[in-house]
Design a protein around this ligand. Sequence first.
Ligand SMILES: Nc1ncnc2c1ncn2[C@@H]1O[C@H](COP(=O)(O)OP(=O)(O)OP(=O)(O)O)[C@@H](O)[C@H]1O
Ligand SMILES: [Mg+2]
Length: 320
Amino acid sequence: MSLINVKNLYVEYLADKGILGKKTSVHAVNGVTLEIKQGEIIAVAGESGCGKSTLAKAIMKLEKIKHGEISFDGKNIHSMNKKELKEFRKKVQMIFQNPYSSLDPKMKIIDTLKEPLVINTKLSNQEITQIIQEKLEMVGLDKSCLELYPHEFSGGQRQRIAIARALVLNPDFIIADEPVSALDVSIQAQIINLIKELKEKCNITFLLITHDMSVIKYLADRVAVMYLGEIVELGNTLSIFNNPKHPYTKALLNAVPNFNKKLQANMLKGELPSPENLPSGCKFHTRCPNFMPICECNIPPVTALTERHNVKCFLYSNKE
Ligand SMILES: Nc1ncnc2c1ncn2[C@@H]1O[C@H](COP(=O)(O)OP(=O)(O)OP(=O)(O)O)[C@@H](O)[C@H]1O
Ligand SMILES: [Mg+2]
């Protein structure tokens, strides 16, 4: 069953150009269609600036959308009434990259963890304390941390506290935007394992955004590869890693040291074009090693290679 359903989503920012107050459109998300299934970890991979966080913020209803539809548990998030929206805010949580800035430095840990419960529920103090203890235990901390402030913890511990805060309202869905990239390598594995445990024990659905293909390989059930605001390939993690199809996916995997010698020829050239001025046709054509004339003026269709693996590229569009 799908928990989140994104249909043909477009998100655009208006950016100041600085010249006589002129504004330009930044086409951050360009026609994303994505179904997220209950209980899965779906990863979104792609270069910096390709629209991953914008997609996440749109799903959280933190960003205005230009076109498309997003539903959570069968309900369109833009036509929810006040009560449904309140429930949605409880059920959908986010973990950010930097646990140094996501926790209020002036608040004791107990107050940081209490806050969502005080705002969103009518629970008694005793019930709140019990929930906090339960969630602290889940993330591998104990109540001795409650009277302390964020600066008294290491990065890994702070990320555990941020995760506990995301858990206090018993969410169904968590978006983790680069949850380990600000942490020491030695600590990353602990947080990655914690996310895996939460998925397995609590059946929480995750949207995982990360640059790190090894984190994706270890954690994700499926991978969506994004390029200039579009999903160019989507499939089970194993198919994406063992049988990548899109030239961009191959290039991304090629950036992982020693990942696959066969892909070595497929290096990514040049920089990501600006989303203010999107290339015509296939958006990857300006950097694609398999460029064909058709790619410059036509938009490739999405081709289903199998029931669970699809790719948006002319190399596959005629194959059944
Ligand atoms: N508030 C904003 N105003 C104008 N442009 C923005 C805004 N937020 C993001 N953008 C632009 O939209 C595009 C997509 O940004 P986004 O943050 O979604 O990328 P990302 O894939 O999350 O990148 P990163 O991996 O660096 O976090 C980028 O070109 C970015 O500069
Ligand atoms: Mg981002």
